[in-house]
Ligand binder design. Structure first.
Ligand code: ADP
Ligand code: ASP
Ligand code: MG
Length: 310
């Protein structure tokens, strides 16, 4: 039975942690090999939250634009997306799981094809319908990447985030249904005795009407924080492509250095000022429970990284 902050595994109270891997971390064969070894070497049970393969969310959005412009060139981008996923499956997934994993990806590519066809061949579509279809499309990036990561990690089981990450539509747009989400995470994941659960970041579902929604661009960090907070995880690890939270964006400031320790307030201030390394809404749910957040580099896993705490 799950008890506050702990998951029961074989009748032993074991603390669980949440690891989130961003787009670059799941974007290539080499980085996915690192993801596999990072997760499989964890001593305690883990919940792994994944983004879409790096660049795929942008491609899905771009294809939506093309289809709405009645530009059939979306089909060649879709074929690139398909080939990229299938290539990773062929190179990384064990032979006994390959055909099932390939079939899953092919099915989602077919779903995408029919969504894009609908947008491409019809004119004067209702704006709400276009918004719903666009959101359903963009969710496919995380759905496909999570199928691959779940097949890649030994003993991992896939879970579907929209069954517990719920949103509502208010005057300001889509907002998280926070209490419902926390309760559903606890009900659906809190009592499972699983060594490693893999779920999609970013994607969600409307609490009343069940249509696809998202937590906003970069929202996978937020999904991971919501799960970590609801289950009182021992820590949240944000695995990305830099050695930690840095004094500035290293892409524009090559002299930036890693900040070893930060308070939630310091990190929040930098995120609010545009430090893309953590999506701004992420810190509040974990800070409220004093759950430490680590920022670590998938491409340099032995680097200490940054710890953010109270
Ligand atoms: P992910 O796909 O893993 O979510 P993001 O691209 O969202 O990764 O965030 C990581 C990027 O954030 C880094 O590659 C870096 O360019 C950028 N970044 C901006 N500000 C900072 C900062 N202060 N410290 C570290 N990285 C930063
Ligand atoms: N894939 C989504 C995006 O590119 C969410 C994320 O990566 O956090 O915005
Ligand atoms: Mg990010």
């Amino acid at each position: 039975m799950a008890i506050e902050g702990h998951n029961a595994l074989n009748n032993i109270e074991i603390i669980m942690k949440v690891l989130k891997f961003g787009g670059t971390s799941v974007g290539s064969v080499e980085s996915l090999q690192n993801v596999k070894s990072i997760v499989e070497s964890q001593a305690e049970p883990t919940i792994v939250v994944v983004s879409a393969l790096g660049g795929v969310t942008n491609q899905l959005i771009e294809m939506t634009r093309m289809a709405l412009d009645h530009n059939e060139a979306y089909a060649s981008t879709l074929e690139q997306v398909r080939q990229r996923h299938l290539d990773i499956i062929e190179r990384l997934i064990d032979a006994d799981k390959q055909s099932q994993c390939r079939a899953v990806v092919e099915q989602f590519i077919e779903n995408l094809r029919s969504f894009y066809q609908t947008l491409c061949i019809n004119s004067d579509l209702d704006a709400t319908f276009v918004k719903r279809v666009s959101d359903a499309i963009v969710c496919h990036g995380e759905i496909m990447s999570s199928a691959i990561v779940a097949a890649l990690i030994a003993g991992a089981t896939p879970h579907y985030s929209p069954s517990f990450i719920k949103t509502t539509d208010g005057p300001q747009g889509t907002v998280l249904a926070a209490d419902l989400t926390r309760r559903l995470i606890q009900e659906q994941l809190g009592s499972l005795d699983e060594r490693c659960m893999v779920l999609q970041g970013f994607i969600a579902q409307d609490a009343d009407a069940s249509y696809a929604t998202t937590l906003g661009r970069g929202g996978s960090d937020f999904t991971a924080a919501l799960v970590a907070a609801a289950l009182h995880a021992s820590c949240l690890e944000i695995w990305t492509d830099v050695d930690g939270f840095m004094t500035a964006d290293p892409r524009t400031h090559p002299d930036a250095t890693v900040i070893p320790t930060m308070t939630y307030a310091q990190a929040q201030a930098m995120c609010d000022a545009g430090a893309k390394v953590i999506y701004p809404p992420t810190l509040a749910p974990v800070a409220a429970l004093d759950i430490p957040v680590w920022v670590k580099n998938t491409f340099n896993p032995t680097a200490t990284g940054t710890v953010i705490r109270g």
